[in-house]
Design a protein. Structure first.
Length: 251
């Protein structure tokens, strides 16, 4: 009886607190930023912006270019997708991999509010702004102002104000929002310092390309990042109802 009760409580917890999982890009998503890399170990890839109207096919907006992902490629992330769809190993904290899958784009951040988007929630990068990557912290995966919390209970974080030029402007990708310990944190789209420079797990690009994407984003269209290897893209294109993408190389 106790085992049955425990199983029931676990099921209720999962249903209440877990993020929804979709078999394709959610119908409510009207904008996607599509990132494709050559294979699981590739650092280089392409990024393309698409929009659609209800029950209409995706249309390329005109924003595309080269990007860099994690120094060790891609791994299966925790987002809106069914993780069984991805053929890659799971992403873990510190593996140097960017997450593959579908992830909501929730906020834009920048040092200056003028670099935000009129249609997206904005986070100003101040001196005390940190993204917590300590999985033992109650703030794991969260962007917080360390001056505003009751207790700093983490031993590791990204000091966003000091991470320049990378975090002069960026977009938050909602990976591991349920804060599963050790499954990765602090996933952003941000500036690269030099072309060809891989990241620790984010997706980097030249500043003007990132700014074009930011200015196009609209929270009312539930924008999402779709990030895949070329192999998984080809396999999931029909199931996830994904658009065609241009094949570019890093500049």
């Amino acid at each position: 009886m106790l085992l049955k009760m425990r199983s029931l409580l676990i099921l209720i917890f999962v249903l209440i607190f877990s993020s929804p999982v979709y078999s394709q890009v959610p119908d409510s998503t009207r904008q996607i930023v599509l990132v494709i890399t050559g294979d699981a170990d590739a650092q280089e890839g392409t990024i393309t912006f698409f929009e659609r109207e209800e029950k209409q096919p995706w249309e390329k907006v005109g924003i595309s270019g080269p990007i860099m992902v994690g120094r060790t490629g891609l791994a299966n992330g925790l987002g809106l997708h069914n993780t069984e769809d991805i053929t890659l190993p799971d992403k873990v904290e510190g593996d140097g991999k960017s997450p593959a899958g579908i992830f909501s784009l929730s906020n834009v951040f920048a040092f200056d509010s003028a670099d935000g988007s009129p249609e997206m929630p904005f986070i100003r990068v101040a001196e005390a702004l940190e993204c917590v990557d300590d999985s033992k912290s109650e703030y794991y995966t969260q962007i917080v102002n360390s001056d505003s919390v009751d207790k700093v209970d983490w031993n590791s974080s990204e000091m966003m104000y000091e991470t320049t030029p990378y975090y002069l402007q960026g977009i938050v990708a909602e990976h591991n929002t349920n804060a599963v310990p050790g499954r990765g944190s602090c996933i952003f789209l941000h500036y690269w310092k030099t072309p060809g420079e891989a990241t620790a797990g984010c997706t980097a690009m030249k500043p003007d390309l990132l700014n074009q994407i930011i200015q196009q984003l609209d929270s009312k269209k539930n924008p999402a990042l779709v990030q895949l290897t070329d192999e998984d893209y080809k396999r999931l294109k029909e199931k996830w109802e994904l658009p065609e993408y241009p094949r570019l190389t890093a500049e």
